[in-house]
Design a binder for this molecule. Sequence first.
Ligand code: KG4
Ligand code: ZN
Length: 343
Amino acid sequence: MLLLSLETSCDETSAAVIRDGVVLSNPVSTQIRLHEEYGGVVPELATREHLRNLPVVVRTALRQAGVEACQLEALAATRGPGLPNALMTGLKFAQSMAFVLGRPFFGIHHHEAHLYSPWIQGTPPQAHFSEFQPNVSLIVSGGHTLLVSVNALLDHEVIGSTIDDAAGECFDKIAKLIGLPYPGGPQLDRLARLGRKDAYAFPRPMLKDPGLDLSFSGLKTAVRYFVEKHPECVAEGSARNDLCASVQAAIVDVLLAKLARAVEKEGVRCVTASGGVTCNSALREGLQRLCAREGYELRLAEPSLCTDNAAMIGILAERKLIAGVAPSGLDEEPMPSWALPGA
Ligand code: KG4
Ligand code: ZN
């Protein structure tokens, strides 16, 4: 099966060519430089940039894979959640190709694609679904924070979710408060490595709550008050590094505690994690420590597949095709907000 997939849900334009579970190409064109001066993604600019980038990225993906468009057997694109007009660009581009080539098209849920991305490993990256086992999955991105119980391939249920901000959003907003450039998550991570995580005590929201839901907006507010009271901590130096390390520790502690509770509750022996925040060094180390201590198998999405990419979209679409899931309509619209089953 030869498939082309597109991802345009936010500020990355990506296209991937997948053949029988192997990622032949997966170019990603990031718009970080474009949005940097505004301190966040400007939806209108993102849409225009996707429109400009799509033909280039698709041509690159096909060339790198050594494939002609007419050889493609199926098309896929992210349908949502994401920025409505940004989603529209990739969705309509892929649907148009499917229409012209007379091939099936699959509209894919962005979080569902993240969910199965930890099973894509190796060089070249390829799906290792034969190694699948029931797991609890942590999806931590800029748009959402979810705990998902995955019983079998394509059979999953959301068991916990943030009730306000996503973990990535919390990283980004706090980084902005501290004066770090967009996107703040990786910058905060970098400075946190130089600081002491026990320097300042920040709240661990909903840690005592016995459920599996999470919350990050209270932490953001606590940091805002702290910075107002201690403006010296925002200046470059050890105090700022300590602040970053302490904030990061609060976010990671909450994620790990809720995840540990979820795994115990579900009685599984495998943990997976995906989404942009899974690039975070403290989270990766914390997950490794937790799983080593409890004897769980850990599957972390590879850093290049944690952030948005079309490979995860294509691998999931191919899986759906193999499983006999009916293709989507060519008139399918984007779904800016679209809950995973069980949410
Ligand atoms: O999955 P993703 O690329 O896009 C969404 O689906 O939202 O995730 C992007 C998020 C951003 O909030 C970004 O700051 C965060 O992932 N992120 C990180 C790190 N790398 C990316 N957050 C903390 N530490 C990192 N190293
Ligand atoms: Zn994402």
